[in-house]
Design a protein around this ligand. Structure first.
Ligand code: URA
Length: 220
C-alpha cells in the first residue's frame, strides 16, 4: 500500500514536470507481500491515511475519518463509512447516528465514548452516502485491520451489515440472522448488531440492540 502511495506521488511529480504519459510501471525489485507492512504506530498510520489517494473517494472528501478513541480499548465499534457530519469534522459517528451510538455507549454499557475505539470499514465518505464498493473496501480495509491489530480489543461490535460482511467475508448472511451472536475474530470476539442509522429508521429494533449490548457488557 505504501509503495503505491509513493508511486502515486512520483507520478504527480512527473506530471508537474510536464509528462503526459507513462508506459506501464514495472518495479525492478518486487517485495513479497508478506514483507510489506503498514506502520506500527497509530499516529504514523494516521498520517499515511490522511495522504491516501488509493480510491476515487479521496477526490471528493473534505476530511479523512481515521477513527478515534482509546488506543488500548477493550471494546471497538466498527461502522460502515463516514457520512456528511463525519466528512465535515473528520470524526467518526458524530451525526444523528453517532449521537445514538454515544447514548448506547454511555447509557447501556456505562462507559464513556473516549473509553472505546470507533472506526469504520472505509475512511472517506461515499457520494450520497451510498454503500462502499468492493474496490473502495479493498483499498481501505488494510488500514482498519492494522488499527484493529494495534488497539487489540477483546470485543469488536460490527455495526450493521456492511461492517459485518466486510469484516467476516460472510456476504450471504443477513445481519438480522446473525446479530447478537458471539463470533471469533482473531483473538477477539466479534458481535454483530444493527447499525444506529437503521435504529433511527426502525426504533422498534432498539430492544434487540439493547440485548446485544447487555451481552457485550457482560463480557467486558
Ligand atoms: N455511519 C457510519 O457507519 N459511520 C459513521 O462514522 C457515521 C455514520
Amino acid at each position: 500500500m505504501i509503495r503505491r502511495i509513493h508511486l502515486l506521488k512520483l507520478l504527480y511529480q512527473y506530471r508537474a514536470m510536464g509528462f503526459e504519459y507513462f508506459k506501464e510501471y514495472k518495479p525492478v525489485i518486487t517485495e513479497p507481500q508478506s514483507n510489506f507492512s503498514l506502520p506500527n504506530q497509530m499516529d504514523i498510520l494516521k498520517e499515511d491515511v490522511h495522504r491516501c489517494h488509493l480510491c476515487e473517494l479521496s477526490k471528493r472528501r473534505k476530511n479523512v475519518v481515521f477513527g478515534e478513541g482509546n488506543p488500548h480499548a477493550k471494546l471497538m465499534f466498527i461502522g460502515e463509512a463516514p457520512g456528511a457530519s463525519e466528512d465535515e469534522s473528520g470524526k467518526p459517528f458524530v451525526g444523528r447516528a453517532g449521537e445514538l451510538l454515544t447514548k448506547i455507549i454511555e447509557n447501556v454499557l456505562g462507559l464513556k465514548r473516549e473509553d472505546v475505539y470507533i472506526a469504520n470499514i472505509i475512511k472517506c465518505r461515499p457520494p450520497e452516502n451510498r454503500v462502499p464498493s468492493m474496490d473502495e473496501v479493498s483499498a481501505c480495509k488494510p488500514y482498519l485491520l492494522k488499527q484493529i491489530k494495534m488497539v487489540n480489543p477483546s470485543i469488536i461490535v460490527a455495526l450493521g451489515s456492511t461492517s459485518f460482511h466486510h469484516l467476516t467475508g460472510e456476504y450471504d448472511t443477513p445481519i438480522s440472522k446473525i446479530r447478537g451472536e458471539v463470533l471469533n475474530f482473531g483473538d477477539a470476539k466479534l458481535i454483530p448488531t444493527f447499525h444506529p442509522s437503521f435504529l433511527l429508521r426502525n426504533p422498534t429494533s432498539k430492544k434487540e440492540v439493547y440485548a446485544d449490548m447487555l451481552k457485550v457488557k457482560g463480557m467486558l
